[in-house]
Write a protein that binds this ligand. Structure first.
Ligand SMILES: *Cc1c(COP(=O)(O)O)cnc(C)c1O
Ligand code: SF4
Length: 350
């Protein structure tokens, strides 16, 4: 009688005799390593004119192209005005020098404490956990941030945890970056386990774009530590256009919710990308369909290299009036600006 074929599962043995396969790198890390990193590659993938002018190579070295292929797949081929493409394409206009646009647009450098913690607002502190992101957004206000000097994840989070011990008024820890979900799950689980032991800490917040640009990141390992923590969890996503949400992103959102996280969205108002009431209404609707509530709509931080994305405040307030006239209140985000020295984001009246 012939035996059925052995299943090809690798089982780790510790008898010292059986060779053990090294643990496979998670899929998301392989996809991240495979992200598009050269302008020519992006143009070719989208069937765009290879002569489309791009930022010069020297400037591009400081803030390279980076975009996962799954995100590129959501762009319209042949359309240089695609709203997702515009967010990652290094336009020659990044070289424009525009008065009022600086390299520390939101005054974070003043507030940075040891341990990568920025404690600007009451009750909550934001940890610059890593400088890495899964995507490089050309309008990013942290594009000039000197990450090398101040990363919370250094040395098993020791300095961050010491900061938290020294200030029990901090009840909510916000992991930001860069993007905290660019860190490994071991690293994140280590922090969350330590936070779990500090009874005055109630909430864990993640500010992340990774579930949107690389939904494969929301895997069993991530869901493991996220589900296990006693902390209340809030995941603030960053989605600027409805086309960013496909079935995989919606499925990742559903998993985060099943793990007990409240999902919110913050977007940036970007010229040519989402600067119409129609685009914003569709974004809110698509977010809500995926279980994500609109939270903030930021006007652009005045960061050097991003001036061509700016939308005037007059246009922004007109847009908000039109948006509020067509959506239920809970789908209307708060229009805000980040102003250095203020005790919260500053709402812009409309
Ligand atoms: C934006 C931000 C927060 C969070 O503000 P919320 O209004 O609670 O969303 C916290 N700390 C810093 C330093 C921030 O920039
Ligand atoms: S994901 Fe966020 S932090 Fe990273 S480049 Fe984009 S906007 Fe900046």
């Amino acid at each position: 009688m012939s035996r059925p074929a052995q299943p090809r599962t690798l089982v780790a043995r510790d008898d010292g005799l059986t060779p053990v396969a090294p643990p496979a790198r998670p899929l998301w890390q392989r996809l991240l390593a495979d992200a598009i990193s050269r302008p020519a590659e992006l143009l070719a993938a989208l069937d765009l004119d290879p002569a489309l002018p791009a930022l010069d190579a020297e400037r591009l070295r400081d803030f390279p192209i980076r975009v996962p292929r799954g995100f590129v797949a959501r762009m319209r081929p042949g359309d240089a005005a695609d709203p997702l493409f515009l967010q990652v394409w290094p336009s020659v206009r990044e070289a424009d020098v525009v008065p009022g646009y600086s390299t520390d647009a939101v005054g974070d450098l003043d507030k940075l404490k040891g341990g990568g913690l920025i404690h600007k607002y009451a009750g909550r502190a934001l940890a610059i956990s890593t400088g890495a992101c899964a995507i490089n957004c050309r309008y990013c206000f942290r594009r000039h941030f000197p990450y090398g000097d101040a990363l919370a994840s250094r040395g098993h989070w020791r300095a961050t945890l010491e900061q938290l011990d020294a200030d029990p008024s901090i009840e909510e820890v916000i992991l930001s970056g860069g993007d905290p979900l660019a860190l490994t799950d071991d690293k994140l689980a280590e922090l969350v386990a330590a936070l779990d032991t500090k009874p005055w800490i109630r909430r864990l917040r993640l500010h992340t774009r990774v579930p949107v640009v690389l939904p494969e990141r929301v895997d069993e390992r991530l869901l493991g530590w996220l589900t296990a923590t006693r902390l209340q969890k809030v995941v603030v996503l960053h989605i600027n256009h409805e086309n960013e949400i496909d079935a995989d992103v919606a499925a990742a959102c559903a998993k985060l919710r099943a793990a007990g996280a409240t999902l919110l969205n913050q977007a940036v108002l970007l010229r040519g990308v989402n600067d119409s009431a129609d685009a914003q209404a569709r974004l809110s609707e698509r977010c809500f369909a995926a279980g994500v509530l609109p939270y903030y709509l930021f006007v652009l931080d005045r960061v050097a290299g991003a001036a061509h994305f700016d939308v005037s405040e007059a246009q922004a307030t007109a847009l908000m009036q039109a948006l509020a006239a067509r959506l239920p209140g809970f789908l209307v985000p708060r229009l805000v600006r980040e102003i250095a020295g203020q005790p919260s984001k500053t709402p812009l009246p409309w």
